[in-house]
Design a protein around this ligand. Structure first.
Ligand code: ADP
Ligand code: MG
Length: 322
C-alpha cells in the first residue's frame, strides 16, 4: 500500500544521496559499463540516472514499483548467496512513494518504453527513444512528505553527500565509467579503465599517487586487495577509509579496528589512513540483510578476516618505512 511504501521509504530514502545510491546500484546490477548521474539543486529538484545496462522487459516494467518486486532473487537459497547489490525489491517502491518518477528503457536496442509513476501508480505509458539501457528520473523528492523535506541540510551539504557516494562507487567499480553532473556542470568523471591508483588519486589528490602501497593477500575464505596511502598522508577522520565486500561499500567497526591495528604505532592518536580495500568472499559468509540500506554487514569467521587484514597492512606499511 501507499502507506507502507512511505514507511519503508523513511528507512531507505533519507535524502537525495539515498536515491542516487539505489539508482546507481540498480544500474550496476544491470551490468552497465557507463553510468551518468545528473542532479538539479542537489537532487531535491531532480535526479536522473542513465545507464547502458540490460534494460527492463515490459513485464518487469509494470512490476518494478511494487514493494518486494525484485528480479534478483528467487528463493531462500538466493537470499543467503547474494551477488547483486540489490535484493530487497523496495528501493523503487520507496522512491516512487515520495517523488515523481519517469523510466525510459530499452532492452533489445529496438523499442524504447516510457512509464510515468506518481504516488506509486503508473499514470502514463508510451513508446520512447530506443537507446539500450535505462534512464530513471526522480523529480520533486519528498514533495508529499514535508516533514522529511524540513530535515534536509543545505544544498551544499546534500551535494557533498552525493559526491561522496559517487566517489565510493568509483573506487568500488573502477571498471565502470561514472559521471556526476550537478546543475549542468560536470563535477566528477572517472575513466572506467580499472586503475585503482588513478581513481584514488583523482579523488584524494595527485599528491598521494606515488604513495599508494598495494595490499594483496588471501586465506581460504577471503581475498583482500587494495591500496593504502603511506602514513604521511593520514587524515583527521575515518572518512577516507573505504571498505568494499564483494563490491558493496560497507561500514564495519571490527574491520576498521583491524586496519588501525595494522597501522599500529605509525598512526598518531586521532589520525586515520587514506585507503580503499576490496574484500572478496563467498556471499554465504556475509549477511547484508541486516538493515534496509544494506551498508551494515554481519560476517562469519570475522576474526580470521580481521587478522588477515591487520597482518597485510602491518607487513606492507613497515616494508615501506624501513
Ligand atoms: P532490487 O534492486 O532490490 O531488486 P529495486 O526496487 O531497486 O529492487 O528495483 C526493482 C527491480 O527493477 C530490479 O529487481 C530490476 O529488475 C529492475 N530495475 C531497476 N532499475 C533497473 C535498471 N537500471 N536496469 C535494469 N533493471 C532495473
Ligand atoms: Mg535496487
Amino acid at each position: 500500500s501507499s502507506i507502507s511504501n512511505k514507511i519503508a521509504a523513511g528507512e531507505v530514502i533519507e535524502r537525495p544521496q539515498s536515491v542516487v545510491k539505489e539508482l546507481v546500484e540498480n544500474a550496476i546490477d544491470a551490468g552497465s559499463t557507463v553510468i551518468t548521474v545528473e542532479v538539479v539543486e542537489a537532487g531535491l529538484n531532480k535526479i536522473k540516472v542513465t545507464d547502458n545496462g540490460s534494460g527492463i522487459q515490459e513485464d518487469d516494467l509494470e512490476l518494478m514499483f511494487m514493494r518486494h518486486a525484485t528480479s534478483k532473487i528467487e528463493n531462500d537459497h538466493d537470499l543467503f548467496h547474494i551477488r547483486s547489490l540489490g535484493f530487497r525489491g523496495e528501493a523503487l517502491a520507496s522512491i516512487a512513494s515520495v517523488s515523481k518518477v519517469r523510466v525510459i528503457t530499452c532492452y533489445d536496442g529496438k523499442i524504447g518504453r516510457q512509464i510515468d509513476v506518481i504516488d506509486g501508480e503508473i499514470v502514463n505509458k508510451t513508446l520512447a527513444h530506443a537507446r539500450q539501457g535505462t534512464e530513471i528520473s526522480v523529480e520533486e523528492l519528498f514533495y508529499n512528505t514535508p516533514a522529511r523535506l524540513k530535515y534536509m541540510k543545505s544544498l551544499h551539504t546534500e551535494l557533498g553527500k552525493i559526491t561522496d557516494i559517487m566517489n565510493r562507487f568509483i573506487m568500488s567499480f573502477p571498471h565502470i565509467r561514472f559521471t556526476l553532473v550537478s546543475d549542468e556542470k560536470v563535477l566528477i568523471n572517472s575513466s572506467g579503465n580499472g586503475n585503482m591508483q588513478e581513481a584514488m588519486s583523482k579523488i584524494y589528490g595527485m599528491k598521494i599517487a606515488q604513495d599508494l602501497v598495494e595490499i594483496n593477500g588471501e586465506t581460504g575464505d577471503y581475498k583482500v586487495t587494495g591500496y593504502i596511502a603511506k602514513p604521511e598522508h593520514t587524515r583527521s577522520n575515518r572518512h577516507y577509509m573505504s571498505l568494499f565486500i564483494n563490491g558493496r561499500y560497507i561500514k564495519n567497526f571490527m574491520l576498521t579496528k583491524a586496519i588501525l591495528e595494522g597501522y599500529h604505532t605509525l598512526l598518531p592518536v586521532g589520525r586515520f589512513p587514506v585507503l580503499a580495500i576490496h574484500i572478496t568472499m563467498d556471499p554465504a559468509l556475509v549477511d547484508v540483510n541486516v538493515h534496509p540500506t544494506k551498508q551494515e554487514v554481519r560476517l562469519s569467521k570475522e576474526p580470521q578476516l580481521m587478522s588477515l587484514i591487520s597482518q597485510l597492512i602491518k607487513e606492507k606499511i613497515w616494508q615501506q618505512n624501513l
